[in-house]
Design a protein around this ligand. Structure first.
Ligand SMILES: NC(=O)c1ccc[n+]([C@@H]2O[C@H](COP(=O)([O-])OP(=O)(O)OC[C@H]3O[C@@H](n4cnc5c(N)ncnc54)[C@H](OP(=O)(O)O)[C@@H]3O)[C@@H](O)[C@H]2O)c1
Length: 295
């Protein structure tokens, strides 16, 4: 039995589709099962509720061989530690109680770097990985740079003003991956019962690109000039607070961006194993462009 969390999320729904191709039994945890497509509901067992709830994970993890673990965004959390580590504690209790064999989770790059100790969301996310690892379960942390799909959050300013923003230096080349590639790697590990022990698997996309490189590619694909604008860290944080994020979570986003600007995502050596196929150009063609012209 494979258990999938966040089956309606950007990564989770693609992990689920891929895992269903494996043909084995699948259970999902969903707060609102009606949000699952009908063809999915017909194929899976559903446990209703949040995977941050001990009763829910105790029901969902009974008899589980493998779990896909993803912590959902919690913009109003009182701290980044609460959002990642406290949310994951009930699952760790249930993993031990039910003797779950394998866990695959979504995590950030940066383990072992001094800047990762003060990197907001990344610091908390790495502490969550430690919590999972301490259960003794066989574990693969899928470690990510920023997702290409984050650009969709800036579709509004891209459309109206031809601009997207970040506090990161526009010339810093960074890896970036597509959620479809993350899901493919996660599903492969969930369906493969031959691995054991604890390790990380990076998902780096096919190349490192700067935001100025991305602006050029978006301009070419959309047929409209798109440019990158760097903004100060305090302006970046204030925008999140304006959008309703708690002070602590806005600070967590800002600390993470500052760490990325100091090389947090540049330390993982690129290899044929962690280089994944979807290029930013392909992603713009297949994901950004249809949304740009539909919205
Ligand atoms: N963005 C990046 O660049 C980046 C980089 C590295 C790691 N990450 C990590 O990636 C994860 C985000 O993944 P994503 O983009 O796939 O997320 P997403 O698309 O925002 O999906 C969120 C999912 O969580 C569910 N959900 C929301 N609140 C919940 C709650 N309180 N309890 C239970 N379920 C809840 C949602 O389902 P319903 O609303 O249907 O219930 C949905 O299925 C985060 O853990 C983040 O730290 C992100």
């Amino acid at each position: 039995m494979i258990v999938i969390t966040t089956p309606t999320g950007a990564i989770g729904h693609q992990v689920l589709e891929n895992v269903l191709h494996g043909g084995g039994p699948v259970r999902v945890i969903a707060r609102d099962p009606d949000r699952l497509p009908v063809h999915v509901r017909e194929r899976v067992e559903v446990v209703k509720g949040s995977h941050g709830d001990i009763d829910v994970v105790n029901r969902a993890f009974a008899g589980a061989d493998a779990i896909f673990w993803l912590v959902p965004p919690d913009p109003k959390a009182k701290s980044v530690h609460a959002a990642y580590v406290d949310f994951t504690q009930p699952a760790c209790d249930a993993i031990k109680r039910h003797g779950v064999k394998r866990v695959v989770d979504i995590a950030p790059l940066g383990r072992g770097l001094p800047i990762a100790e003060h990197a907001g969301f990344v610091t908390a996310s790495l502490a969550m990985d430690d919590l999972i690892a301490n259960t003794g379960v066989d574990f693969r942390a899928l470690t990510m740079p920023s997702f290409m799909d984050n650009i969709l959050m800036q579709l509004g300013p891209i459309k109206t003003k031809g601009i997207f923003f970040s506090p990161i230096d526009g010339d810093r080349k960074l890896p970036a991956c597509a959620t479809r590639d993350i899901a493919a790697v996660a599903a492969r590990l969930l369906l493969d019962s031959s691995w054991s022990g604890q390790d990380h698997v990076a998902v780096l996309g096919p190349e490192d690109l700067s935001f100025n490189d991305m602006a050029e590619i978006m301009s070419e694909v959309l047929g409209k000039r798109v440019r990158f604008q760097r903004i100060p860290l305090d302006v970046y944080k204030a925008r999140f607070v304006e959008l309703g994020m708690s002070e602590a979570m806005a600070q967590g986003m800002t600390d993470m961006a500052a760490a990325k600007n100091q090389g947090l995502d540049n330390a993982e050596p690129r290899s044929s194993e962690n280089t994944t196929p979807t290029s930013f150009h392909q992603w713009c063609d297949t994901v950004l462009k249809p949304k740009y012209f539909l919205s």
